[in-house]
Structures are given as C-alpha cells and as structure tokens.
Design a protein around this ligand. Structure first.
Ligand SMILES: *Cc1c(COP(=O)(O)O)cnc(C)c1O
Length: 299
C-alpha cells in the first residue's frame, strides 16, 4: 500500500527556501501503524513459515510495538504474549486495554527482570512457558525488521536531498539508510536522552543487514526533551501549533520531537537553500490516549 506524501507550506520554510514533505506512514494501517507494520511484515512471514502459533515480545506499558504486535496477531491468526515492564496497574491504560482486546496475554515482570529481556536463559524460560513462541525483541528491531523498513523509501516519488526519521532502537532508520544504499542524506532524531549509543547501534544494524557501512547519515541528539517519553511545555505548544496548521496529528514520544527538531534546524539554517526534505511520520498515535490520561494534557 502506498501512503500519501504531503507538502507542508509555511513562511519559515519559504524564508529559508526549504521544501518539506511529510510521508504519512501513520496511515499504513489503522491499528498496526507506521514503522511497526514495516518491522513486523517479514517477521510475521518468518513466524508462519517456521510454524509458530504465538508471537511473544517485550515493551513498556505504553509501547506502540506492543499495541502493533497485538493487532497483527489478531489480524494474521497468531496468539500473542506481551512481556510488560513493571507492575500491573488497574484499570489498564489505553495501550494495554487495546492489546488485551486483541487477545494479547500480558505478563508483567519487574524492572530488574525486564533488563534480562535479551538473556538466553530468560528467553528459554519464556519459550517453555509459552510453547515455543516466535520471539520479537523490544521495539521489534531485528534483521527482518530492518529489511521491512528498507521499503519505506520505495514509494517516495519525488526528488529529495534529506530524509528524517525519529529513532528509538534505530531499526527503522537503519532500514532507510540501507535501502538508500548511499544516496541522499539521512537524519535520525533520537527520542532518548544519551542517544549517542545509537550511532554504533544503527551502524551495526545496517552492517548486519547489508554488509555495508554508509556515511550519508547523521544522528541528532539535541531534541529528547529530558528523555524517552518525557515532555516539556514548548514541545506540546509546538505540536498543537503544528496540528492546527497542517491537520496532521503527531505524538510526543517520537514524531513530535523529530518535527520540533527539524523546524529548529531549519530556523538555524542547517539546510542549504533549495534543499528538499522528506520527514517520515512513523505513526505511534495510539499512545496519545495514554498520554492524555496520564498527564491530563491534550496532545
Ligand atoms: C517505535 C517508533 C519509532 C522508533 O523506531 P525504531 O526503529 O525503534 O528506531 C519511531 N516512531 C514511532 C512513532 C514509533 O512508534
């Protein structure tokens, strides 16, 4: 399915002679949104080929990946298990309510235990408990996810110089960089504080998938707003202005921070005059209901 590419027009863009488009990956699927669908696609095929009946994965209580995996399991006939970081809180938040409504079974683990999410012994324990599920790592990032994300760039039918993407584990941007095979400039906006580790992580993900090292990309770490899923008033103000101007919803964890950062870079003159920039809307809007509930703020 092809998702729309929308041009954004604004006096700031005009002043700096930057042309900006947003690629609406958030419209890929109503429940398996944006990059999470791209990341799941080949994993679901693999799980089916290997005759697994269950998908098991990991996430925080507001995780877009948990919601997407639950919806994908329901849509494609897998049982799903979500290993959730931290204690159960009732009533369930909107993300976990949605996940359970799709049939996902939740297992809560302490924060200490959750840190073992990649340990073979813990995985073996879970594998026995849930009858050999197909295991997806936290955030859904693995080699097949990177493969799926190479397809994000396939239907961008315009010429452009830069492509921007929000990053958590780096899997999505690794796929974009690998798919571009050295063409264009790629900007990865870290959603995490101390996101410098992503430099190596992204490089390794690209190398594992393509056996190549590319240099046409840059990690931007200045727009985390205090850390993962943290917000500040100026971020929320920016998002509200953006949404009322363009009628495109954002969420504060990834796409809001990327867009804020992107406009800030434009203001600073980061992009040469005449630059053509594409920003990927990676989706994640399911998280907004939980944000509203938790913080009492409209996002
Ligand atoms: C998960 C997510 C990301 C981060 O993707 P990674 O592949 O982990 O870097 C970006 N945007 C949204 C909306 C997401 O849900």
């Amino acid at each position: 399915m092809e998702t729309p590419l929308q041009q954004l027009k604004d006096s700031l863009l005009q002043e700096h002679q930057v042309a900006l488009w947003i690629k609406r990956e958030d419209l890929l699927h109503p429940d398996i949104s944006g990059n999470k669908w791209r990341k799941l696609k080949y994993n679901l095929q693999e799980a089916e080929q290997l005759q697994h009946h269950t998908l098991l994965t990991f996430g925080g209580a507001y995780s877009n990946h948990i919601a997407a995996t639950a919806a994908a399991g329901k849509a494609f006939g897998f049982k799903t298990v979500g290993v959730i970081r931290g204690e159960e809180h009732l009533p369930l938040n909107p993300t976990l309510r949605f996940a359970t409504s799709c049939g996902m079974q939740l297992q809560y683990v302490s924060r200490e235990k959750y840190r073992q999410k990649d340990d073979p012994a813990f995985l073996q324990e879970l594998s026995e408990q849930y009858y050999q599920p197909y295991v997806l790592p936290e955030g859904g990032t693995n080699n097949l996810a990177v493969k799926g994300c190479t397809e994000i760039i396939e239907d961008i039918a315009i010429d452009y110089d830069y492509i921007c993407c929000a990053s958590g584990t780096g899997g999505t941007v690794a796929g974009i960089i690998a798919g571009l095979a050295g063409e264009k400039q790629v900007l990865a906006f870290s959603a995490l504080k101390g996101g410098d580790f992503l430099q190596k992580e992204i490089q390794q993900l690209i190398y594992k998938y393509s056996v190549q090292t590319y240099h046409n990309w840059q990690l931007i770490t200045d727009y985390h707003f205090g850390g993962y899923a943290k917000v500040k008033p100026e971020l929320l103000t920016f998002m509200q202005a953006f949404q009322s101007q363009y009628h495109i919803p954002l969420e504060p964890v990834y796409t809001g921070k990327m867009m804020y950062g992107l406009f800030d870079l434009i203001r600073q003159g980061y992009f040469p005059k005449g630059s053509r920039v594409v920003a990927i809307h990676t989706g994640g809007l399911q998280g907004n209901a939980g944000f509203k509930e938790r913080l009492g703020v409209e996002v």
